[in-house]
Design a protein around this ligand. Structure first.
Ligand code: PA5
Length: 423
């Protein structure tokens, strides 16, 4: 399938980075990923997912259609068990939807949110998709208890028909609970870690419940998989993931410590959150890794723009540029009191893209090397391609830094302390 997708690393925008040495290193890192010869190789099942998940799609769609009959579906999960689904759902959500089909819980411990959720669900016809690979994570465990308690009051049959578990195939508390109560369930594959699981039932079930075409999402991911894994695509010139990984590696070696992902639409905010987790948890080990941060343009130009332009020069910027968006022309206004009369008749998306180009140029001039990721449009297929692109680039990039992309030993430190403090 045709992928209208490009990574533009304009040498002028990326000025100041030596990408030649980095290019050779990311090519070697790609071999490590492809040959399964690096640390964590047992967790690289996601590489094949767009093709491998196919046989599960009928059942996923069937269960999603059943869940959609309910007024709302609460998706309970955190980190990799939540961010991917939310990123996709929010990318396509109507901005002013007063009653979204999918609600999220289990991604924090805020009391006010949980109370409001229970009030919103009180007496409502709702279902739950609880997602946890380990089945022992505190935040979803806490949120799920409220919902389980609420549905439990409605009787055992309600629990069995309204709760769907996505968890490990054989192990863990959630698997035991699902088996004990005859809940419908989906598996998180053994060889796919949380933050690489968006193209499994972890992401696909909630996404399908939201009415998004998961087959198109996977078709896009598959097209990208074939493109990036093509043996002939073995250099940054022919493989956009290698180009992006080389940009990041060169940036880190040049002393940059922060990578900002700039998006140009509020509905892409959660995609940036997913990206932050993907790179942050995969690379931030042993003193390595760019700190992933995000800007939502043009909103944040009026808050963080000053820092970007003139703060410590430890930052690089990656901008997601969506070429096509629905045309919406800006109307003329009588007089020209604000001096913005020249906007009349231009589409707002056109102005948005010009703002992005102007921003990158300004940041480059301010000493921020920039990389532009261009996608032709934002639909399910292009988003699927983008998700796979980031995953692949992340695997390569982490190996190029010499870290295991697939573990997260640092996350245990706070958990250990919390369990101690909770007694
Ligand atoms: O990427 C990861 O592995 C983590 O972010 C996990 O997804 C997150 O901690 C949730 O874990 P679990 O699915 O076991 O509840």
């Amino acid at each position: 399938m045709k992928q209208d997708y490009a990574v533009r690393i304009d040498p002028v925008l990326a000025a100041g980075l030596d990408r030649t040495k980095a290019a050779a290193d990311v090519c070697r890192a790609r071999q490590t990923l492809e040959h399964g010869s690096g640390p964590g190789a047992a967790s690289t099942g996601w590489l094949e997912l767009p093709a491998r998940i196919e046989p599960e799609l009928d059942r996923l769609e069937e269960v999603a259609a059943d869940l959609r009959r309910h007024e709302a579906v609460v998706v309970v999960g955190i980190g990799g068990s939540y961010l991917g689904a939310r990123a996709v759902i929010e990318a396509f959500a109507a901005p002013f939807d007063p009653a979204p089909k999918v609600l999220f819980a289990g991604h924090h411990l805020d009391a006010r949110y949980h109370r409001a959720l229970l009030e919103r669900l009180s007496g409502a016809d709702y279902a739950v998709n609880v997602i946890s690979k380990s089945g022992t994570t505190t935040e979803p465990g806490c949120a799920f208890r409220f919902l389980w308690d609420d549905l439990g009051r409605r009787g055992d049959r309600e629990l069995a028909s309204r709760v769907v578990a996505t968890t490990d195939r054989a192990r863990g508390a959630l698997r035991e609970l699902a088996d004990a109560h005859g809940l419908r369930s989906f598996e998180v594959p053994d060889d796919v870690g949380g933050r690489f699981s968006v193209l499994t039932a972890v992401g696909l079930l909630p996404v399908a419940v939201a009415g998004i075409d998961i087959r198109a999402l996977l078709a896009g991911a598959r097209g990208m998989m074939e493109r990036l894994r093509d043996p002939a695509a073995d250099s940054p010139d022919t493989n956009p993931a290698l180009a992006y990984a080389a940009f990041r590696l060169a940036a880190f070696r040049a002393g940059k410590r922060v990578e900002v992902l700039s998006t140009t639409a509020p509905h892409l905010g959660c995609l940036a959150e997913w990206w932050k987790q993907l790179f942050g948890e995969s690379e931030g080990k042993g003193g390595q890794g760019l700190f992933p941060a995000a800007l939502s343009l043009t909103t944040d130009l009026h808050s963080l723009g000053q820092w970007m332009q003139d703060g410590p020069r430890i930052v690089v910027e990656t901008a997601l540029d969506v070429v096509w968006e629905q045309p919406l022309a800006i109307p003329a206004m009588e007089g020209d009191r604000d001096g913005l009369g020249h906007l009349a008749g231009r589409t707002v998306h056109d102005v948005n893209r010009i703002a992005l180009a102007a921003t990158l140029e300004a940041h480059r001039d301010g000493g921020v090397p920039c990389c532009r990721l261009e996608i032709d449009r934002l639909d399910a297929s292009h988003l699927g391609a983008l998700l796979y692109f980031f995953e692949y680039a992340c695997g390569v990039s982490a190996y190029a830094l010499g870290v295991n992309p697939f573990d997260q030993p640092g996350v245990e430190a706070y958990k250990k302390n919390m369990h101690r403090l909770l007694g």
